[in-house]
Design a protein around this ligand. Sequence first.
Ligand SMILES: Cc1cc2nc3c(=O)[nH]c(=O)nc-3n(C[C@H](O)[C@H](O)[C@H](O)COP(=O)(O)OP(=O)(O)OC[C@H]3O[C@@H](n4cnc5c(N)ncnc54)[C@H](O)[C@@H]3O)c2cc1C
Length: 382
Amino acid sequence: MTDCLVIGGGLIGMLTARELRLAGAEVRLVERGAAGQEASWAGGGILSPLYPWRYPSPVTALARWSQQAYAGFSSELANETGIDPEWTKNGLLILDDSEKAIARAWAVDVGARLDLIEAGTVRQCEPGLRAPSQEALWMPDVAQIRNPRLLNALKVDLPALGVIVEEHAEITGFVVKNDRVEGVETRHGRITAGRVVVAAGAWSGQLLAGLGYALDVAPVRGQMILFRARPGVVSRIVLSHGHYLVPRCDGRVLAGSTLEYVGFDKTTTEEALAELSRAAIAMVPALAGHEIERHWAGLRPGSPCGVPYIGEHPRVQGLFVNAGHFRNGVVMGPASARLLADILLRRKPVLDPAPYALENRVSMDCGAEALRRRDSHCGFIP
Ligand SMILES: Cc1cc2nc3c(=O)[nH]c(=O)nc-3n(C[C@H](O)[C@H](O)[C@H](O)COP(=O)(O)OP(=O)(O)OC[C@H]3O[C@@H](n4cnc5c(N)ncnc54)[C@H](O)[C@@H]3O)c2cc1C
């Protein structure tokens, strides 16, 4: 019998498995496909919510905790595995005029560094940028991580720590007796487990629906493109009117992303390709001269106002959830994994768990229109 079984080999599942293992638990992680290939791979790796002032305080709390931990965590993983996740603090430049007042008030409130810089200074720092005529917002402490490398490092680290990782094994349901979880069902039989953690990303709602419980987590597609640029074309993360550029260490530039309510569909579209490249070239005209090397889509685990569910199932003892990180799973991941481990192991939690608890956060309407309305209401869609 497994002590702790984690469902899902995305970043959230792998970080949760790691936290539990480091606390001494016996951990088995079960992934339907290959680990680290879904949303966690598709993401941009920006270690801050974009327009962070638009999010409720529970998102800020998880992001701030993780931001303090990331540099050390990244170098620890690099040392342990030989794979460097390339944590890089190159700052975030925001070119939206309308955000200044609210951004500054938020920064004072949470103690984040945020400056206003002159258009001339922007032009000096980022000569490739079609610079704004007005001041820009500058968040010098914002870092990024190369998420595919982070996932590869975790895939090496987990077995080395003693976590059993089982890929290409789909969980199809739960074994529950007297309101207590006793294991899970797979296509090839039953796995008994004392405690089970659902970290199945956008699929978490579907999986838990089998227990008659509607967790409000549903897919929101994001498309992204990658320019094969050279170092120096752009040096900072740049955000303008919902579009962003992320320069990697080797010069490649990610441009993202779309927000689409199309269910479990990871198809890429010509419209998105045109939109993303147009927006990227509008920010940095020199990108027009660089090949678009890759175009992909991932399914974010959407949740109400982007606040993840972290905690025990309200009706089934021993069944836990760590899911619904929407646009910010990479930045919230370490804090979220730590909090889930604290709750499961009955330790003193690093953050107040109440805002993430599953109780009283149930909505039955997860249709595309309802999701769009919800995110629009939260200010994520203009
Ligand atoms: C285009 C895009 C850009 C993004 N940019 C950023 C960013 O810059 N910064 C940031 O912080 N976040 C970003 N995100 C969001 C972030 O990627 C997600 O919030 C995060 O990756 C969610 O992680 P996860 O582990 O919950 O989900 P996933 O990575 O999707 O992992 C879930 C895993 O569960 C598995 N699974 C599902 N069902 C089962 C089952 N029944 N049995 C076994 N396994 C199962 C899946 O196969 C999958 O591997 C972005 C996302 C996208 C799509």
